[in-house]
Write a protein that binds this ligand. Structure first.
Ligand code: SRM
Ligand code: SF4
Length: 572
């Protein structure tokens, strides 16, 4: 068993020695404590920019903590946002970091700041419980509040699933909030002994997402469990259920770790969906690898036993008499026609509008000439707005009275916030993960070098006369895939401090994995590597064919590892 398994088992449902560690004088938690705090939404980190100098000076690393709030479907009230904003100054580094799963992170929090920060969020019904750890993580959902769609039903459903699958430990409230259960984000809950999680929780993280049909803005195929609403001709409303997505890989283990897209498990009525989701999670709990954490995700269970055996395992765990009447054959998902960023103005035709704002790498921060954080605070306070976080690290302001549109636009403009239409496609589409200096797993930079990288990519397209390429670029500091580079059209994956693997050929709609074009490329050589392929695309593409589609059709670079290993040639 991996060491983590023993720590979970002996922790008394995630309590461990956390309370004792909090009252000691040090900036650290015990080894076991560092595992357990993740379940409470906290990661132990250190400032890697000063790691070497401090170690050489013999003063040890600069410890700090990252706290992640999980926000189902990215939905927040204005009041919640204003409190989230305040605590960034009180306890963190003055920045809110919107995540690729619609959450919010704080960095550089010190140990003394953890309890007050968590208490402040919970007092506004925002939880950090299960934002990290071997549990069901934040439930993604298309956040668009458009009048002509029914996403809001889906968003409520995402919230229901998130609440149902949150672990029921009271340790969270006892450790961080002096047992104060009343003002928290979690529901009345059963004792942890009665929860399906059991004492050792899941073998690894488990991710769920709900997409809007046709608009894969959440990258549904990257989830362990992805739901797409499809109406059954006889049984009515339900979901085609996808299982086994996940992007993490390790450079040192190309033979048995790889990104993989989710595949269909079946179709389920809305009323039965939570029960089926629970059966999938329980099957993962029972069948997942508890020895080798690199192989502990659901995708490897499915690749080991096969989708049919996995489906049978799910059926066995459905506690109804006729389980097969619950899990039906998968219905075909409507074609994906977009992975919408939801940016810009959207008229709801009910006297209100929605405005999607681009947030570079999710960093809500005040910078000279671009005071986004202050702008949001003023706008939300003055116009009574609410907020949605997108799965592309951006932010939507909702409930804008049509009469306030001009004044809001004026306010944003005085803070240097430009409308999305004024941004280049590359900037608008791109994502990067936090990487250095906070992420302990980063091999190289990501969000800090994204602007330079996009300039280099733009130059490569400009060489071939393309001035504003509509291409999706995503960048990560290591192969874990946090900004989902393996489903983008150009994915850059950190290999060393200065070099990246260059991937191409994912689809703009997140339905296909990338192909590796080159290994270990210095950033300054990026144009050299991309330019010949761009040249071929310009010369040979079919009418309207995107860069990603062209690279896939003409088999540029190596196929995805998953296809090589499985021989499946699987693309969706
Ligand atoms: Fe991630 C670990 C940041 C979405 C795959 N991820 C981490 C950690 C916590 C590093 C660590 O373990 O010490 C990163 C914190 C860095 C920092 O300083 O803030 C981190 N992941 C992020 C975020 C903030 C990236 C972002 O740019 O927004 C995203 C937070 C989402 C959230 O709110 O919950 C984030 N991570 C993802 C995604 C994308 C997704 O889920 O849609 C993936 C790929 C999908 C998947 O899970 O396979 C992802 N993160 C990983 C992995 C690889 C897991 C694996 O199966 O091997 C790790 C490493 C691990 O878990 O040990 C990881
Ligand atoms: Fe850290 Fe790697 Fe995730 Fe980037 S992809 S945040 S470097 S774990």
């Amino acid at each position: 068993m991996a060491d983590v398994e023993g720590i979970k088992l002996e922790s008394d449902y995630l309590r461990g020695d956390l309370a004792a560690s909090l009252s000691d004088e040090t900036e650290v938690f015990s080894e076991g404590g560092q595992v357990l705090i993740k379940f409470h939404g906290i990661y132990a980190q250190d400032d890697r920019d000063v790691r070497r100098a401090r170690t050489q000076a013999g003063i040890g690393v600069a410890h700090s903590y990252m706290i992640r709030a999980s926000v189902p479907a990215g939905v927040l009230t204005g009041d919640q946002w204003l409190r989230l904003d305040e605590v960034a100054d009180e306890f963190a580094d003055g920045k809110l970091r919107l995540t690729s799963r619609q959450g919010v992170q704080y960095h550089f929090v010190n140990k003394r700041g953890l309890s007050p920060l968590i208490s402040a969020l919970n007092a506004r019904l925002v939880t950090t419980l299960a934002a990290c750890g071997d549990v069901t993580r934040n439930v993604q959902c298309c956040p668009a509040p458009f009048a002509d769609r029914r996403e809001e039903q889906l968003q409520r459903f995402a919230s229901t699933l998130a609440t149902r699958f949150r672990p029921t430990t009271s340790a969270y409230y006892d450790v961080w909030m002096d047992g104060e259960h009343t003002a928290t984000a979690s529901p009345e809950s059963c004792e942890p002994e009665q929860s399906f999680y059991g004492a050792s929780y899941l073998p690894r993280k488990f991710k769920m997402g709900i997409a809007w049909p046709g608009d894969n803005c959440i990258d549904v195929y990257a989830n362990d469990l992805g739901l797409v609403p499809v109406t059954h001709p006889e049984l009515g409303e339900g979901f085609t259920v996808l299982v086994g997505g996940g992007l993490g890989a390790a450079h040192a283990r190309p033979e048995d770790t790889y990104p993989r897209l989710a595949e269909p498990l079946g179709w389920v009525r809305v009323a039965d969906m939570a029960a089926v989701a629970e059966a999938v999670i329980v099957a993962f709990r029972d069948l997942g690898n508890r020895e080798d954490r690199k192989r502990a995700r659901l995708k490897y269970v499915i690749d080991t036993i096969g989708i049919d055996a996995f489906r049978a395992s799910v059926l066995e765990r459905l506690t109804t008499i006729d389980a097969s009447a619950i899990l039906h054959s998968a219905l075909v998902i409507p074609d994906w026609t977009d992975a919408h960023d939801h940016l810009g103005w959207h008229d709801r035709n009910d006297g209100t509008s929605v405005l999607g704002l681009h947030v570079e790498s999710g960093k809500v921060v005040d910078a000279p000439g671009h005071t986004l954080r202050t702008a949001l605070r003023e706008a939300i306070g003055r116009f009574g707005l609410n907020v949605r976080i997108t799965a592309q690290q951006n932010l939507l302001l909702t409930d804008i009275a049509d009469a306030d549109r001009a004044a809001l636009a004026e306010l944003l403009s005085t803070h240097g916030i430009v409308e999305a239409v004024e941004l280049s496609h590359l900037v608008r589409n791109a994502m990067a993960c936090p990487a250095l200096p906070t992420c302990g797993q980063a091999l190289g930079e990501a969000e800090r070098v994204l602007p330079k990288t996009l300039t280099l990519v733009a130059a490569a397209f400009a060489e071939h006369g393309i001035a504003n390429p509509d291409v999706v670029v995503r960048m990560t500091g290591c192969p874990n895939g946090c900004a989902r580079p393996y489903t983008s059209e150009i994915g850059l994956v950190g290999r060393t401090k200065t070099a990246y693997d260059v991937h191409v050929g994912g689809s703009a709609f997140g339905t296909r994995l990338t192909r590796r074009l080159a290994e270990g490329v210095k950033l300054n050589d990026l144009a050299l590597v991309l330019s010949p392929v761009i040249g071929k695309w310009v010369a040979d593409c079919d009418a309207g064919e995107s860069f990603g589609d062209f690279c896939a059709r003409t088999a540029v670079g190596e196929p995805p590892r998953f296809e090589i290993l499985s021989g499946a040639g699987r693309t969706q």
